[in-house]
Design a protein around this ligand. Structure first.
Ligand code: SF4
Ligand code: SF4
Length: 139
C-alpha cells in the first residue's frame, strides 16, 4: 500500500494555490451586475471578509507564504458555519485604509461587477447590487 506523505499534500496545496490565483485573473464573464451607490467608508468590507478557497488556518498561512501581499490579512474568527472570517490590519479605528495608495487590486475593484454569483454586500454598505433581468438582456 502506498501512503501519501505530508510533502505530497504540501505540493498539492501549492499547485492548487497557484491554480486558483491564476484563475482569479480570468474570472469568466458569466453575469454582469450593476453596482450603484458609493462607499460610506464604514470599513466593514475590510473588517469582515471571506475567502472562497481557504478553509483552514494552515491553508491561510501557506497562502501568505506563497503570496506575501496577503500578510496584511489575519483571521479574526469563524462564522456559525465554521467558515474563516478575515480582517485587514491596515484598517484604522475610523474605518479607513491606512495604506490607501498601496492597497491591493482587489481592494480597488471592490465591489466587483463581474462574478459567477451574486455578490452579497455588508449590511449598511453604500453600494447596491442590481441584477439585470431577462428583458434588459434582450434590449
Ligand atoms: S462596506 Fe461598503 S460602504 Fe462600507 S467601506 Fe466597504 S464598500 Fe464602503
Ligand atoms: S488594504 Fe486597505 S482597502 Fe484593502 S482590505 Fe486593507 S484596509 Fe481595506
Amino acid at each position: 500500500m502506498v501512503t501519501k506523505t505530508p510533502k505530497f499534500f504540501y505540493l498539492l496545496s501549492f499547485v492548487k494555490s497557484i491554480y486558483w490565483e491564476f484563475k482569479s485573473y480570468f474570472v469568466p464573464k458569466k453575469v454582469v451586475y450593476k453596482i450603484e451607490g458609493h462607499c460610506k467608508r464604514c470599513g466593514k468590507c475590510c473588517n469582515y471578509m471571506y475567502s472562497y478557497d481557504t478553509y483552514t488556518e494552515k491553508e491561510f498561512k501557506f497562502m501568505q507564504f506563497l503570496f506575501p501581499k496577503y500578510k496584511r490579512f489575519y483571521i479574526k474568527g469563524r462564522d456559525d458555519f465554521g467558515n474563516l472570517i478575515f480582517a485587514c490590519k491596515y484598517l484604522t479605528k475610523e474605518g479607513l485604509c491606512s495604506q490607501y495608495n498601496k492597497r491591493l487590486e482587489m481592494c480597488k475593484r471592490y465591489p466587483v461587477r463581474i462574478l459567477k454569483f451574486k455578490p452579497i454586500l455588508h449590511e449598511g454598505c453604500g453600494f447596491k447590487v442590481i441584477e439585470k433581468d431577462f428583458l434588459s438582456y434582450l434590449k
